[in-house]
Design a protein around this ligand. Structure first.
Ligand SMILES: Cc1cc2nc3c(=O)[nH]c(=O)nc-3n(C[C@H](O)[C@H](O)[C@H](O)COP(=O)(O)OP(=O)(O)OC[C@H]3O[C@@H](n4cnc5c(N)ncnc54)[C@H](O)[C@@H]3O)c2cc1C
Length: 437
Protein backbone atom coordinates (compact mmCIF):
# COMPACT_ATOMS: atom_id res chain seq x y z
CA UNK A 1 0.00 0.00 0.00
CA UNK A 2 1.32 3.44 -0.82
CA UNK A 3 1.65 6.13 1.79
CA UNK A 4 -1.49 8.10 2.50
CA UNK A 5 0.17 11.29 1.33
CA UNK A 6 0.52 12.07 -2.34
CA UNK A 7 2.51 9.28 -3.92
CA UNK A 8 3.97 8.80 -7.35
CA UNK A 9 3.30 5.62 -9.21
CA UNK A 10 5.30 5.17 -12.39
CA UNK A 11 4.80 2.10 -14.53
CA UNK A 12 8.19 1.21 -15.99
CA UNK A 13 8.40 -0.53 -19.35
CA UNK A 14 9.53 -3.81 -17.89
CA UNK A 15 6.88 -3.96 -15.22
CA UNK A 16 3.57 -5.68 -15.41
CA UNK A 17 0.57 -4.71 -13.37
CA UNK A 18 -0.40 -7.69 -11.32
CA UNK A 19 -3.71 -8.33 -9.60
CA UNK A 20 -3.64 -9.22 -5.96
CA UNK A 21 -5.63 -12.17 -4.70
CA UNK A 22 -8.62 -10.15 -3.50
CA UNK A 23 -11.05 -8.79 -5.98
CA UNK A 24 -10.25 -5.36 -7.29
CA UNK A 25 -13.97 -4.78 -7.55
CA UNK A 26 -14.74 -5.14 -3.87
CA UNK A 27 -16.77 -2.06 -3.09
CA UNK A 28 -15.05 -1.30 0.21
CA UNK A 29 -11.33 -0.73 -0.26
CA UNK A 30 -10.86 -0.81 -3.95
CA UNK A 31 -8.77 2.28 -4.62
CA UNK A 32 -5.93 1.53 -6.99
CA UNK A 33 -3.22 1.98 -4.37
CA UNK A 34 -4.57 -1.17 -2.75
CA UNK A 35 -5.10 -3.29 -5.79
CA UNK A 36 -1.97 -2.83 -7.84
CA UNK A 37 1.57 -3.91 -7.22
CA UNK A 38 4.46 -4.04 -9.59
CA UNK A 39 6.25 -7.19 -10.55
CA UNK A 40 9.47 -6.55 -12.46
CA UNK A 41 9.70 -8.23 -15.84
CA UNK A 42 12.61 -8.10 -18.28
CA UNK A 43 11.77 -5.87 -21.24
CA UNK A 44 10.76 -7.86 -24.33
CA UNK A 45 13.22 -7.15 -27.12
CA UNK A 46 10.41 -5.92 -29.38
CA UNK A 47 9.59 -2.96 -27.15
CA UNK A 48 10.94 0.18 -28.75
CA UNK A 49 9.96 2.92 -26.38
CA UNK A 50 10.22 2.91 -22.61
CA UNK A 51 6.53 3.48 -22.01
CA UNK A 52 4.68 1.72 -24.80
CA UNK A 53 3.59 -1.16 -22.60
CA UNK A 54 1.17 0.76 -20.41
CA UNK A 55 -2.29 2.17 -21.03
CA UNK A 56 -4.66 3.87 -18.71
CA UNK A 57 -8.36 3.96 -19.40
CA UNK A 58 -10.47 6.51 -17.54
CA UNK A 59 -14.07 5.40 -16.95
CA UNK A 60 -15.54 2.02 -16.05
CA UNK A 61 -18.67 2.03 -18.17
CA UNK A 62 -19.22 -0.36 -21.04
CA UNK A 63 -16.96 1.69 -23.32
CA UNK A 64 -14.03 1.89 -20.90
CA UNK A 65 -14.38 -1.82 -20.13
CA UNK A 66 -14.48 -2.77 -23.82
CA UNK A 67 -11.46 -0.57 -24.58
CA UNK A 68 -9.49 -1.83 -21.58
CA UNK A 69 -10.24 -5.46 -22.41
CA UNK A 70 -9.15 -4.89 -26.00
CA UNK A 71 -5.88 -3.22 -24.97
CA UNK A 72 -5.15 -5.88 -22.32
CA UNK A 73 -5.29 -8.55 -25.05
CA UNK A 74 -2.10 -6.97 -26.48
CA UNK A 75 -0.28 -7.97 -23.34
CA UNK A 76 0.10 -4.38 -22.27
CA UNK A 77 -0.21 -3.50 -18.62
CA UNK A 78 -3.56 -1.77 -18.57
CA UNK A 79 -5.20 0.05 -15.71
CA UNK A 80 -8.84 1.15 -15.70
CA UNK A 81 -9.81 3.83 -13.20
CA UNK A 82 -13.39 4.41 -12.13
CA UNK A 83 -14.66 7.05 -9.72
CA UNK A 84 -17.46 4.97 -8.20
CA UNK A 85 -17.35 1.88 -5.98
CA UNK A 86 -18.43 -0.35 -8.89
CA UNK A 87 -18.18 -0.33 -12.65
CA UNK A 88 -21.20 0.37 -14.83
CA UNK A 89 -23.31 2.46 -12.50
CA UNK A 90 -23.86 5.44 -14.82
CA UNK A 91 -25.24 5.54 -18.39
CA UNK A 92 -24.26 1.97 -19.21
CA UNK A 93 -26.89 0.69 -16.78
CA UNK A 94 -29.50 3.33 -17.67
CA UNK A 95 -30.44 2.68 -21.25
CA UNK A 96 -32.78 0.58 -23.42
CA UNK A 97 -30.35 -2.38 -23.67
CA UNK A 98 -31.09 -2.58 -27.37
CA UNK A 99 -28.59 -4.09 -29.81
CA UNK A 100 -29.16 -1.64 -32.62
CA UNK A 101 -28.89 -2.71 -36.25
CA UNK A 102 -27.17 0.50 -37.42
CA UNK A 103 -29.86 1.92 -39.66
CA UNK A 104 -30.40 5.49 -38.45
CA UNK A 105 -27.10 7.28 -38.60
CA UNK A 106 -26.34 7.93 -42.25
CA UNK A 107 -23.55 7.02 -44.64
CA UNK A 108 -19.97 7.58 -43.57
CA UNK A 109 -20.71 8.20 -39.91
CA UNK A 110 -18.80 6.58 -37.09
CA UNK A 111 -22.13 5.67 -35.52
CA UNK A 112 -23.11 3.57 -38.55
CA UNK A 113 -19.73 1.93 -38.97
CA UNK A 114 -19.21 1.12 -35.30
CA UNK A 115 -22.81 0.06 -34.69
CA UNK A 116 -22.84 -2.41 -37.59
CA UNK A 117 -19.46 -3.86 -36.61
CA UNK A 118 -20.27 -3.69 -32.90
CA UNK A 119 -23.55 -5.56 -33.34
CA UNK A 120 -21.73 -8.39 -35.09
CA UNK A 121 -19.03 -8.56 -32.40
CA UNK A 122 -21.57 -8.27 -29.58
CA UNK A 123 -23.77 -11.14 -30.76
CA UNK A 124 -20.61 -13.24 -31.15
CA UNK A 125 -19.35 -12.42 -27.64
CA UNK A 126 -22.78 -13.02 -26.08
CA UNK A 127 -23.03 -16.42 -27.77
CA UNK A 128 -19.49 -17.49 -26.87
CA UNK A 129 -19.59 -16.25 -23.28
CA UNK A 130 -23.20 -16.85 -22.33
CA UNK A 131 -24.17 -13.19 -21.88
CA UNK A 132 -27.96 -12.85 -21.84
CA UNK A 133 -29.35 -11.55 -25.11
CA UNK A 134 -32.22 -12.15 -27.55
CA UNK A 135 -32.67 -11.50 -31.25
CA UNK A 136 -36.11 -9.99 -30.82
CA UNK A 137 -36.23 -8.02 -34.07
CA UNK A 138 -38.07 -4.74 -34.21
CA UNK A 139 -40.70 -2.84 -36.16
CA UNK A 140 -40.44 0.86 -36.86
CA UNK A 141 -44.01 1.94 -37.46
CA UNK A 142 -45.41 4.53 -39.90
CA UNK A 143 -48.71 6.26 -39.15
CA UNK A 144 -48.78 8.68 -42.09
CA UNK A 145 -47.34 9.13 -45.56
CA UNK A 146 -44.45 11.32 -44.46
CA UNK A 147 -43.34 8.69 -41.96
CA UNK A 148 -43.73 5.97 -44.54
CA UNK A 149 -41.52 7.95 -46.96
CA UNK A 150 -38.90 8.37 -44.23
CA UNK A 151 -38.93 4.62 -43.54
CA UNK A 152 -38.69 3.86 -47.28
CA UNK A 153 -35.53 5.97 -47.37
CA UNK A 154 -34.07 4.05 -44.42
CA UNK A 155 -35.02 0.78 -46.16
CA UNK A 156 -33.17 1.85 -49.33
CA UNK A 157 -30.16 3.06 -47.32
CA UNK A 158 -29.94 -0.28 -45.52
CA UNK A 159 -30.21 -2.25 -48.75
CA UNK A 160 -27.98 -0.11 -50.97
CA UNK A 161 -25.37 1.37 -48.65
CA UNK A 162 -24.79 -0.63 -45.49
CA UNK A 163 -26.10 -4.10 -46.21
CA UNK A 164 -28.22 -4.22 -43.07
CA UNK A 165 -31.26 -6.47 -43.58
CA UNK A 166 -34.66 -4.77 -43.39
CA UNK A 167 -38.05 -5.88 -44.67
CA UNK A 168 -41.19 -3.93 -45.43
CA UNK A 169 -44.25 -5.09 -43.45
CA UNK A 170 -47.56 -4.11 -45.06
CA UNK A 171 -50.61 -2.92 -43.15
CA UNK A 172 -52.33 -6.30 -43.54
CA UNK A 173 -49.39 -8.19 -42.02
CA UNK A 174 -49.32 -5.67 -39.19
CA UNK A 175 -52.99 -6.47 -38.61
CA UNK A 176 -52.35 -10.23 -38.60
CA UNK A 177 -49.05 -10.50 -36.72
CA UNK A 178 -48.87 -7.20 -34.90
CA UNK A 179 -50.16 -8.24 -31.44
CA UNK A 180 -52.26 -5.09 -31.17
CA UNK A 181 -49.66 -2.73 -32.64
CA UNK A 182 -50.99 0.04 -34.90
CA UNK A 183 -49.01 0.96 -38.02
CA UNK A 184 -51.51 2.61 -40.34
CA UNK A 185 -49.01 2.89 -43.21
CA UNK A 186 -46.97 -0.24 -42.53
CA UNK A 187 -43.75 -0.93 -40.69
CA UNK A 188 -40.09 -1.47 -41.41
CA UNK A 189 -38.82 -4.66 -39.82
CA UNK A 190 -35.24 -4.91 -38.61
CA UNK A 191 -34.58 -8.60 -37.93
CA UNK A 192 -31.05 -8.10 -36.59
CA UNK A 193 -32.10 -5.78 -33.76
CA UNK A 194 -32.05 -7.42 -30.34
CA UNK A 195 -31.58 -6.89 -26.63
CA UNK A 196 -28.69 -7.58 -24.27
CA UNK A 197 -28.24 -7.81 -20.53
CA UNK A 198 -26.01 -4.75 -20.15
CA UNK A 199 -24.97 -5.67 -16.62
CA UNK A 200 -24.04 -9.21 -17.71
CA UNK A 201 -22.06 -7.77 -20.61
CA UNK A 202 -20.05 -5.52 -18.30
CA UNK A 203 -19.39 -8.33 -15.82
CA UNK A 204 -18.14 -10.42 -18.75
CA UNK A 205 -15.88 -7.64 -20.09
CA UNK A 206 -14.46 -6.97 -16.64
CA UNK A 207 -13.72 -10.68 -16.18
CA UNK A 208 -11.99 -10.91 -19.57
CA UNK A 209 -9.99 -7.78 -18.82
CA UNK A 210 -8.83 -9.00 -15.44
CA UNK A 211 -8.07 -12.48 -16.76
CA UNK A 212 -5.78 -10.83 -19.31
CA UNK A 213 -3.87 -9.17 -16.46
CA UNK A 214 -5.68 -5.82 -16.42
CA UNK A 215 -6.46 -4.03 -13.20
CA UNK A 216 -9.63 -2.16 -12.25
CA UNK A 217 -9.17 0.61 -9.69
CA UNK A 218 -12.44 1.68 -8.11
CA UNK A 219 -13.22 4.71 -5.93
CA UNK A 220 -10.60 6.56 -7.96
CA UNK A 221 -11.85 9.80 -9.52
CA UNK A 222 -9.32 11.37 -11.87
CA UNK A 223 -8.78 14.96 -10.79
CA UNK A 224 -5.84 16.16 -12.90
CA UNK A 225 -3.89 15.11 -16.00
CA UNK A 226 -0.58 16.44 -17.27
CA UNK A 227 1.80 15.29 -19.97
CA UNK A 228 5.16 14.09 -18.62
CA UNK A 229 7.68 16.89 -19.21
CA UNK A 230 10.11 16.47 -22.11
CA UNK A 231 10.77 17.45 -25.68
CA UNK A 232 8.31 16.69 -28.45
CA UNK A 233 4.53 16.75 -28.46
CA UNK A 234 2.73 16.70 -25.09
CA UNK A 235 2.23 13.06 -24.15
CA UNK A 236 5.21 11.76 -26.10
CA UNK A 237 6.86 10.91 -22.77
CA UNK A 238 3.63 9.66 -21.22
CA UNK A 239 0.90 11.07 -19.04
CA UNK A 240 0.69 11.80 -15.33
CA UNK A 241 -2.79 11.15 -14.09
CA UNK A 242 -3.78 12.21 -10.58
CA UNK A 243 -6.42 10.19 -8.81
CA UNK A 244 -8.05 11.11 -5.51
CA UNK A 245 -8.92 8.25 -3.18
CA UNK A 246 -12.70 8.49 -2.76
CA UNK A 247 -12.47 7.42 0.91
CA UNK A 248 -9.44 9.25 2.24
CA UNK A 249 -9.21 12.11 -0.26
CA UNK A 250 -5.48 11.49 -0.65
CA UNK A 251 -4.09 11.97 -4.16
CA UNK A 252 -1.86 9.57 -6.07
CA UNK A 253 -0.25 9.91 -9.46
CA UNK A 254 0.00 7.25 -12.13
CA UNK A 255 2.26 7.59 -15.14
CA UNK A 256 1.21 5.79 -18.28
CA UNK A 257 2.34 5.84 -21.89
CA UNK A 258 -1.16 6.29 -23.24
CA UNK A 259 -4.39 7.60 -21.85
CA UNK A 260 -7.90 6.86 -23.07
CA UNK A 261 -10.70 9.16 -21.97
CA UNK A 262 -13.86 7.02 -21.78
CA UNK A 263 -15.47 8.92 -18.93
CA UNK A 264 -18.98 9.24 -20.40
CA UNK A 265 -20.79 12.12 -18.72
CA UNK A 266 -17.42 13.08 -17.18
CA UNK A 267 -15.48 12.92 -20.45
CA UNK A 268 -15.68 16.62 -21.27
CA UNK A 269 -14.42 17.47 -17.77
CA UNK A 270 -11.51 15.07 -18.36
CA UNK A 271 -10.87 16.66 -21.79
CA UNK A 272 -10.82 20.10 -20.14
CA UNK A 273 -8.17 18.89 -17.65
CA UNK A 274 -5.75 18.51 -20.59
CA UNK A 275 -6.39 21.29 -23.10
CA UNK A 276 -5.94 25.05 -22.62
CA UNK A 277 -9.10 27.01 -21.61
CA UNK A 278 -9.66 28.30 -25.16
CA UNK A 279 -10.26 24.70 -26.26
CA UNK A 280 -12.57 23.74 -23.43
CA UNK A 281 -15.80 22.05 -24.40
CA UNK A 282 -19.23 22.01 -22.83
CA UNK A 283 -21.57 19.07 -22.46
CA UNK A 284 -25.37 19.19 -22.65
CA UNK A 285 -27.61 16.67 -20.99
CA UNK A 286 -30.66 15.02 -22.55
CA UNK A 287 -32.39 12.90 -19.96
CA UNK A 288 -34.49 9.97 -21.13
CA UNK A 289 -37.32 8.87 -18.80
CA UNK A 290 -38.55 5.25 -18.77
CA UNK A 291 -41.89 3.88 -17.60
CA UNK A 292 -42.43 0.28 -16.53
CA UNK A 293 -45.59 -1.62 -17.49
CA UNK A 294 -47.11 -4.06 -15.01
CA UNK A 295 -50.08 -5.44 -16.98
CA UNK A 296 -49.76 -8.67 -18.99
CA UNK A 297 -51.94 -7.27 -21.78
CA UNK A 298 -51.35 -6.24 -24.49
CA UNK A 299 -48.32 -8.48 -24.87
CA UNK A 300 -45.90 -7.66 -27.67
CA UNK A 301 -42.94 -9.90 -28.50
CA UNK A 302 -40.77 -7.57 -30.58
CA UNK A 303 -39.46 -4.05 -30.09
CA UNK A 304 -41.67 -1.26 -31.46
CA UNK A 305 -40.23 2.12 -32.42
CA UNK A 306 -41.99 5.16 -33.86
CA UNK A 307 -40.61 6.59 -37.12
CA UNK A 308 -37.62 8.78 -36.19
CA UNK A 309 -38.28 12.53 -35.96
CA UNK A 310 -35.65 14.55 -37.87
CA UNK A 311 -33.47 16.54 -35.46
CA UNK A 312 -34.71 14.75 -32.32
CA UNK A 313 -32.32 14.02 -29.46
CA UNK A 314 -33.59 10.41 -29.22
CA UNK A 315 -35.27 7.74 -31.31
CA UNK A 316 -38.73 8.34 -29.82
CA UNK A 317 -40.58 6.74 -26.92
CA UNK A 318 -40.39 3.09 -27.89
CA UNK A 319 -41.55 -0.24 -26.57
CA UNK A 320 -38.64 -2.32 -25.45
CA UNK A 321 -38.45 -5.65 -23.67
CA UNK A 322 -36.27 -7.08 -20.97
CA UNK A 323 -34.99 -10.63 -21.22
CA UNK A 324 -37.99 -11.85 -19.23
CA UNK A 325 -40.30 -10.44 -21.93
CA UNK A 326 -41.54 -7.57 -19.74
CA UNK A 327 -42.41 -4.42 -21.64
CA UNK A 328 -41.17 -0.96 -20.73
CA UNK A 329 -41.47 2.34 -22.54
CA UNK A 330 -39.10 5.22 -23.13
CA UNK A 331 -36.91 7.14 -23.33
CA UNK A 332 -38.24 10.61 -24.09
CA UNK A 333 -35.97 13.64 -24.50
CA UNK A 334 -35.93 15.87 -21.41
CA UNK A 335 -33.12 18.47 -21.53
CA UNK A 336 -31.72 19.02 -18.03
CA UNK A 337 -28.99 21.15 -16.48
CA UNK A 338 -27.14 18.52 -14.47
CA UNK A 339 -25.79 15.01 -15.13
CA UNK A 340 -27.04 14.11 -11.64
CA UNK A 341 -30.68 14.89 -12.47
CA UNK A 342 -31.57 11.19 -12.67
CA UNK A 343 -35.00 11.11 -11.03
CA UNK A 344 -37.74 10.23 -13.51
CA UNK A 345 -39.69 13.37 -14.41
CA UNK A 346 -43.09 11.95 -13.44
CA UNK A 347 -44.94 14.80 -15.16
CA UNK A 348 -43.66 13.37 -18.45
CA UNK A 349 -45.89 10.31 -18.06
CA UNK A 350 -48.94 11.81 -19.78
CA UNK A 351 -46.82 12.78 -22.78
CA UNK A 352 -45.41 9.25 -22.89
CA UNK A 353 -48.92 7.77 -22.79
CA UNK A 354 -49.93 9.93 -25.77
CA UNK A 355 -46.86 8.76 -27.74
CA UNK A 356 -47.38 5.09 -26.86
CA UNK A 357 -51.08 5.15 -27.78
CA UNK A 358 -50.16 6.14 -31.33
CA UNK A 359 -48.74 2.65 -31.87
CA UNK A 360 -50.27 0.62 -29.04
CA UNK A 361 -53.81 1.94 -28.56
CA UNK A 362 -54.81 -0.86 -26.20
CA UNK A 363 -52.27 0.08 -23.53
CA UNK A 364 -53.60 0.21 -19.97
CA UNK A 365 -52.22 3.53 -18.84
CA UNK A 366 -52.92 2.80 -15.16
CA UNK A 367 -50.28 0.02 -15.36
CA UNK A 368 -47.50 2.50 -16.24
CA UNK A 369 -45.14 3.65 -13.50
CA UNK A 370 -42.03 5.87 -13.51
CA UNK A 371 -39.09 3.44 -13.74
CA UNK A 372 -35.60 4.92 -14.26
CA UNK A 373 -33.83 7.56 -16.33
CA UNK A 374 -30.54 7.83 -18.19
CA UNK A 375 -28.72 10.87 -19.50
CA UNK A 376 -27.31 11.26 -23.00
CA UNK A 377 -23.99 13.15 -23.16
CA UNK A 378 -24.63 15.69 -25.93
CA UNK A 379 -21.89 17.78 -27.52
CA UNK A 380 -24.38 20.31 -28.94
CA UNK A 381 -27.30 22.15 -27.35
CA UNK A 382 -29.88 20.34 -29.48
CA UNK A 383 -27.72 17.49 -30.78
CA UNK A 384 -29.68 14.92 -32.79
CA UNK A 385 -29.05 11.21 -32.38
CA UNK A 386 -29.89 10.24 -35.96
CA UNK A 387 -28.89 11.51 -39.39
CA UNK A 388 -30.32 14.85 -40.61
CA UNK A 389 -30.58 18.27 -39.01
CA UNK A 390 -28.32 18.69 -35.98
CA UNK A 391 -26.80 15.21 -36.29
CA UNK A 392 -23.95 14.71 -33.88
CA UNK A 393 -21.60 11.81 -34.52
CA UNK A 394 -19.40 10.08 -31.93
CA UNK A 395 -16.06 11.84 -31.40
CA UNK A 396 -13.31 9.19 -31.16
CA UNK A 397 -9.86 10.44 -32.05
CA UNK A 398 -6.25 10.91 -31.21
CA UNK A 399 -6.16 14.58 -30.33
CA UNK A 400 -4.12 16.74 -32.70
CA UNK A 401 -0.91 18.04 -31.20
CA UNK A 402 -0.73 15.34 -28.50
CA UNK A 403 0.75 11.85 -28.35
CA UNK A 404 -0.84 8.82 -26.76
CA UNK A 405 -4.20 10.34 -25.99
CA UNK A 406 -7.43 8.92 -27.37
CA UNK A 407 -10.49 10.98 -26.55
CA UNK A 408 -14.04 9.62 -26.66
CA UNK A 409 -16.74 12.28 -26.41
CA UNK A 410 -20.50 12.25 -26.92
CA UNK A 411 -20.81 8.46 -26.76
CA UNK A 412 -24.58 8.34 -26.67
CA UNK A 413 -26.73 5.71 -28.42
CA UNK A 414 -25.72 3.38 -30.07
CA UNK A 415 -22.71 3.26 -27.72
CA UNK A 416 -23.71 0.05 -25.97
CA UNK A 417 -24.05 -1.75 -29.30
CA UNK A 418 -20.83 -0.20 -30.61
CA UNK A 419 -18.72 -0.84 -27.52
CA UNK A 420 -16.61 -3.76 -28.82
CA UNK A 421 -16.03 -2.01 -32.16
CA UNK A 422 -15.01 1.14 -30.28
CA UNK A 423 -12.49 -1.01 -28.39
CA UNK A 424 -11.03 -2.13 -31.71
CA UNK A 425 -10.94 1.42 -33.04
CA UNK A 426 -9.08 2.73 -30.00
CA UNK A 427 -6.52 -0.05 -30.34
CA UNK A 428 -6.08 0.87 -34.03
CA UNK A 429 -5.60 4.53 -33.14
CA UNK A 430 -2.94 3.70 -30.57
CA UNK A 431 -1.19 0.78 -32.27
CA UNK A 432 -2.13 0.94 -35.96
CA UNK A 433 -4.07 -2.35 -35.93
CA UNK A 434 -6.59 -4.19 -33.79
CA UNK A 435 -6.06 -7.64 -32.30
CA UNK A 436 -8.33 -10.23 -33.97
CA UNK A 437 -11.58 -10.92 -32.05
C1 LIG B 1 -31.57 6.94 -22.29
C2 LIG B 1 -30.51 6.20 -23.04
C3 LIG B 1 -30.83 5.09 -23.80
C4 LIG B 1 -29.85 4.41 -24.52
N1 LIG B 1 -30.18 3.27 -25.20
C5 LIG B 1 -29.21 2.59 -25.85
C6 LIG B 1 -29.53 1.39 -26.53
O1 LIG B 1 -30.63 0.88 -26.45
N2 LIG B 1 -28.54 0.78 -27.26
C7 LIG B 1 -27.29 1.30 -27.35
O2 LIG B 1 -26.47 0.76 -28.07
N3 LIG B 1 -26.94 2.42 -26.66
C8 LIG B 1 -27.87 3.06 -25.91
N4 LIG B 1 -27.55 4.17 -25.20
C9 LIG B 1 -26.16 4.62 -25.20
C10 LIG B 1 -25.30 3.84 -24.22
O3 LIG B 1 -25.96 3.61 -23.01
C11 LIG B 1 -24.02 4.63 -23.99
O4 LIG B 1 -23.45 4.98 -25.23
C12 LIG B 1 -22.98 3.86 -23.20
O5 LIG B 1 -23.53 3.29 -22.04
C13 LIG B 1 -21.88 4.81 -22.82
O6 LIG B 1 -20.95 4.11 -22.04
P1 LIG B 1 -19.72 4.88 -21.40
O7 LIG B 1 -18.85 3.85 -20.86
O8 LIG B 1 -19.18 5.86 -22.40
O9 LIG B 1 -20.38 5.80 -20.28
P2 LIG B 1 -20.76 5.45 -18.77
O10 LIG B 1 -21.52 4.22 -18.64
O11 LIG B 1 -21.41 6.70 -18.23
O12 LIG B 1 -19.35 5.24 -18.09
C14 LIG B 1 -18.44 6.29 -17.87
C15 LIG B 1 -17.76 6.01 -16.57
O13 LIG B 1 -16.75 6.99 -16.37
C16 LIG B 1 -16.70 7.28 -14.99
N5 LIG B 1 -16.04 8.57 -14.80
C17 LIG B 1 -16.50 9.78 -15.20
N6 LIG B 1 -15.63 10.73 -14.85
C18 LIG B 1 -14.61 10.12 -14.21
C19 LIG B 1 -13.40 10.59 -13.60
N7 LIG B 1 -13.07 11.89 -13.55
N8 LIG B 1 -12.58 9.67 -13.02
C20 LIG B 1 -12.88 8.34 -13.03
N9 LIG B 1 -14.01 7.86 -13.57
C21 LIG B 1 -14.87 8.74 -14.17
C22 LIG B 1 -18.14 7.27 -14.56
O14 LIG B 1 -18.29 7.09 -13.17
C23 LIG B 1 -18.71 6.13 -15.39
O15 LIG B 1 -18.74 4.90 -14.68
C24 LIG B 1 -28.51 4.86 -24.47
C25 LIG B 1 -28.18 5.97 -23.69
C26 LIG B 1 -29.16 6.63 -22.96
C27 LIG B 1 -28.79 7.79 -22.10
Amino acid sequence: MLAASASKFTVKPWTKLHRLAFSSTAASKADFTHVVRLIPHPPPSTRVSPLTATSQVIGGGVIGLAVARQLARRDTSTLLVERHAAVGTETSSRNSEVIHAGIYYGAGSLKTRLCVRGKHLLYGLCERRGVGHARTGKWIVAQNDAQRDALERIHAFCRDEVGVPTRWVGAREVEERGEGVRAAKGALESPTTGIVDSHGLMVCLQGLFEDAGGVVALNSPVTAIAPVAGSGAPGSHGWEITVRDAHTGSPSTITASSMVNAAGLGAVAVHNMVVPPAQHKRLYYAKGNYFSYSSSWPSVSRLIYPAPEPGAGGLGTHLTLDLGGRMRFGPDVDWVESPDDLAVTATRQQQAVAEIKKYLPGIDETALEPDYAGIRPKLAAAGAVATGKGFQDFVIRKEDGYDGWVNLLGIESPGLTSSLAIGEMVEELLYGAATAP
